[in-house]
Design a protein around this ligand. Structure first.
Ligand SMILES: [Mg+2]
Length: 323
C-alpha cells in the first residue's frame, strides 16, 4: 500500500524503540531491538534484525504498515497451535518450561559451538522428558548432505518421532538432492532460509526442494502477499516468527489462522523473551496461542526502553525506509 504523508506522520509520531532481554541467547542475541508504531488497526512491529540492509528492512516495513493501516482479511479462528523451541542449551527442562504443554518441539541443531553428539544428546533429553512430543530439527542450513543423511539414518533407527528437518542444507540444489535421498527414511524437509525473499517460495516448489515451506510474514511483505505466495507455491506451510514481541507475533498468528495449516506454527517464541510489551502476551497456553491484536501496557515499557543511541539509529533507519 502507498505510504501517504499522513501515514508517514503517524508512524513517526507513534514510534517506540524497545530493547528486550532474551531468556537465553538465541540467534546470537541476548537482547532484541524492535520498533513499534500504531495505526487505525492497532499496533504493529517493525523489527528487521539490525544487520539487515535497508532494502530488506523496507519489505518488513511494508508488512508492518499493512498490519497497522491496511486491509487484512478477517478470521473467526480463536487460537492456533504452536511448537516449543529449544535453542542449543544445556538445561533442556528449564528452557522448555515457559512453553507449558506442547505437542511439537523444534530443536536447534548444527550450531557452530555444538558437536553432532551434543545435538543427539539434546534430542535424547527431549525424548526422555517429553516422550509424547513430536520433534523438528532446525539446522539453519549448516549441514552438508552427507552429515544430514547420517543424522537422518540415526534418527530413523532410533525411531525419533520426527516431523521434519528444517533447512538441513544450504542451497536449493542441495535441498532437492537431499529430499530425494531422504525418501528412503520417510523423512520430510522444510525450507526456511531458502524462502526469505518474495520470489523464493515458488523457486523452492518448482525445484522440488522441500515438502514444507517455513514462512515469516514480515520478509514476505505482509499478510496479503504471504497468502498469494502460499497459494502459488502449493506446498504446506509453517508460519514462523522472527523473534518478535507479542505485537509482531499477532501478525504472524493472524496469517497462520487464515492459512489453517495442519502444522503447528513457530509462533510460540515470545516465551523466549524475558520481557514483553503487554500484560497479556501471546505466549503458548497448552500449546496454543490466541489470535488477537495486542495493546501496549505502558508500565511494561519503562523497563525495556532502548538507549538514546539505539533510538536514534532506529529512527534514522525508519526515515530511510519510509522514503
Ligand atoms: Mg529455521
Amino acid at each position: 500500500m502507498e505510504i501517504t504523508p499522513e501515514i508517514r506522520e503517524q508512524i513517526l509520531g507513534t514510534a517506540k524503540v524497545l530493547s528486550i532481554p532474551m531468556r537465553t541467547k538465541f540467534r546470537g542475541l541476548t537482547t532484541r531491538e524492535v520498533l513499534l508504531f500504531e495505526g487505525p488497526n492497532g499496533w504493529a512491529e517493525w523489527s528487521p534484525f539490525t544487520e539487515y540492509e535497508d532494502e530488506e528492512a523496507s519489505i518488513w516495513l511494508k508488512a508492518a504498515i499493512e498490519w497497522a493501516f491496511g486491509d487484512i482479511p478477517k478470521t473467526d479462528v480463536k487460537t492456533i497451535k504452536v511448537n516449543a523451541t529449544l535453542p542449543a542449551v544445556k538445561d533442556v527442562r528449564k528452557t522448555l518450561e515457559p512453553f507449558g504443554k506442547f505437542e511439537v518441539v523444534k530443536i536447534k541443531v548444527a550450531e557452530p559451538s555444538q558437536t553432532l553428539q551434543d545435538d543427539l544428546d539434546r534430542i535424547h533429553q527431549v525424548r526422555e522428558h517429553y516422550p509424547d512430543a513430536r520433534i523438528r530439527l532446525d539446522a539453519n542450513g549448516n549441514w552438508d548432505i552427507e552429515t544430514a543423511l547420517k543424522i537422518a539414518k540415526t534418527i530413523y533407527q532410533e525411531n525419533v518421532p520426527l516431523e521434519y528437518l528444517e533447512q538441513p542444507v544450504r542451497t536449493i540444489a542441495e535441498m532437492a538432492e537431499l529430499k530425494l535421498k531422504l525418501q528412503e527414511f520417510n523423512i520430510k524437509i522444510a525450507a526456511d532460509e531458502s524462502v526469505r525473499k518474495v520470489s523464493d517460495p515458488l523457486a523452492v516448489a518448482q525445484a522440488n526442494a522441500a515438502d514444507i515451506l517455513v514462512l515469516k510474514v514480515a520478509p514476505l511483505g505482509g499478510i496479503n502477499n504471504a497468502l498469494a505466495i502460499t497459494k502459488d507455491a502449493g506446498l504446506p506451510v509453517v508460519v514462523s516468527s522472527a523473534l518478535e514481541t507479542s505485537v509482531g507475533i499477532s501478525m504472524g498468528a493472524h496469517l497462520a489462522a487464515l492459512l489453517g495449516s495442519e502444522y503447528a506454527s513457530g509462533l510460540g517464541t515470545a516465551a523466549l523473551l524475558a520481557e514483553d510489551v503487554t500484560d497479556t502476551p501471546l505466549i503458548p497456553v497448552d500449546g496454543d496461542i490466541r489470535i488477537s491484536r495486542v495493546d501496549l501496557d505502558s508500565t511494561r515499557l519503562e523497563d525495556i526502553e532502548a538507549t538514546k543511541r539505539e533510538v536514534d539509529w532506529w529512527f534514522e533507519r525508519l526515515r530511510r525506509s519510509l522514503k
